[in-house]
Write a protein that binds this ligand. Structure first.
Ligand code: HEM
Length: 386
């Protein structure tokens, strides 16, 4: 009898039965675990994390294979502990009709027609973020970009949200993030348990916001409005749990991704003077057209353009927030290069704790996240520089 040949797996180790290599990963900074594996086995290796046998990919070719050329062979799944924390009804955990329904709602709330109305508010958030940055001696780029992306995320989900709710959401969301990549145990005092408690508080805050919105019968065009008004073919509305899980899901999908991309953009602009000059020239032309930055940016000046690579994924789960992401990144860069000066100060020692405050999503391995930076207001000179 012929034996079926077992598929060849990439190099690597699977660790113990069930727990696999989860303890090795969580007993240190997870990015150290991944870096060590990558060095030993290359860009594609097998392991077993959180009860999931998995293959880790760390090359653009491999990402293209999974997301583009062979995407039909793959189905996105997440460890149960992470699903529970974000909210199991969030769209990216689903396929089929439910996913299609939620995706349409998210897409509509982030369409170019909708986000073009957000330009003045995003501009205000970008300017305020940069001004507050300029008042600090030294800061960590990734942390600041996270704050910016969070504010824009809140804007696209809720429109103008009162400061009290915004602060409460921020405080509890930060605790959730800290627990997201921690070992999933419900022992009191652990990061995971604290995150689950904060996640419950987020539900309560969201329920309050929803009740207020329903009472006031506001006619908004943000994601919350799309979720509240949605009815399926049987006339069924979404439950409060489904709405809450999708709000947290979108916030989660929007923050570290955008902050990470912005951090890399700043790093490349800083490291490549020619590129920086070209960007400054391009943005200075817009700045001049707007009376030396006195008039607000117009949609035509910042409208997102298609990209020729695949940072936003591909297929059924491709990023519905890509236009908003490009828009907010461009607005921030416009103001940064036309009004501020940005330096990286590698030599300044920053306590590890400072970094870890921002390293909540360790899976976005980002060396430049650890780059302390200083932003100061542009000097008298007309010359623009970073
Ligand atoms: C530079 C910033 C961003 C990058 C690089 C990025 C990247 C991605 C990628 C690669 C995916 C697909 C994941 C998969 O195939 O499973 C995705 C999905 C998603 N993104 Fe983004 N994203 C960014 C910003 C945003 C923003 C600003 C929002 C919303 C405001 C957002 C909302 C979402 C949502 C809801 C999904 C899940 C879609 C689904 O499952 O159908 N993203 N993103």
């Amino acid at each position: 009898m012929k034996h079926k040949q077992r598929p060849k797996l990439p190099p690597g180790t699977m660790g113990w039965p069930y727990i696999g290599e989860t303890l090795q990963m969580y007993s240190q900074d997870p990015s150290v675990f991944f870096a060590a594996k990558q060095e030993r086995y290359g860009d594609i290796f097998k392991t077993n994390i959180l009860g999931c046998p998995c293959v880790m990919l760390a090359s653009p070719e491999a990402a293209r294979f999974v997301l583009v050329t062979h995407s039909h062979l793959f189905k996105p799944t997440y460890p149960k502990s992470k699903e529970k924390m974000i909210g199991p009804s969030a769209l990216f955990f689903h396929q089929g009709d439910y996913h299609a329904r939620l995706r349409k709602l998210v897409q509509n709330s982030l369409s170019p027609e909708t986000i073009r109305k957000l330009v003045p508010d995003i501009e205000a958030i970008a300017i305020s973020a940069l001004e507050s940055l300029a008042n600090q001696q030294v800061t960590i780029t990734f942390c600041q970009m996270k704050k910016f992306a969070f504010e824009v995320g809140i804007l696209s989900i809720f429109g103008q949200l009162n400061t009290g709710y915004r602060e409460e959401l921020k405080e509890n969301y930060c605790i959730v993030e800290k627990g997201y990549n921690s070992f999933p145990t419900n022992l009191p005092g652990t990061a995971y348990q604290k995150a689950m408690v904060a996640r419950k508080r987020l539900d309560q805050i969201l329920n309050e916001i929803i009740s207020e919105r329903k009472e006031k019968k506001l006619l908004e065009n943000d994601l919350l409005a799309h979720l509240l008004n949605s009815k399926d073919e049987k006339g069924q509305t979404l439950t409060e749990v489904q709405i809450a899980d999708n709000i947290i899901g979108v916030l989660f999908a929007a923050q570290d991704t955008t902050a990470s991309a912005l951090t890399w953009i700043l790093k490349y602009l800083h490291d490549d003077q020619k590129l920086l000059e070209a960007v400054k020239e391009e943005q200075k032309a817009i700045f001049d057209l707007n009376d030396g930055g006195k008039r607000p940016l117009e949609w035509a000046q910042v409208a997102p353009k298609p990209v020729t690579y695949t940072p936003f994924g591909n297929g059924a789960h491709a990023c519905p927030g890509n236009e908003l992401a490009k828009l907010e990144m461009l607005i921030l860069i416009h103001h940064l290069v036309t009004k501020f000066r940005y330096e990286t100060t590698f030599s300044i020692p920053v306590a590890l704790g400072e970094f870890q405050k921002c390293d909540s999503v360790q899976s976005i391995s980002n060396p430049s996240a650890r780059t302390p930076c200083k932003v100061s207001e542009r000097l008298q000179s007309q010359e623009l520089f970073l």
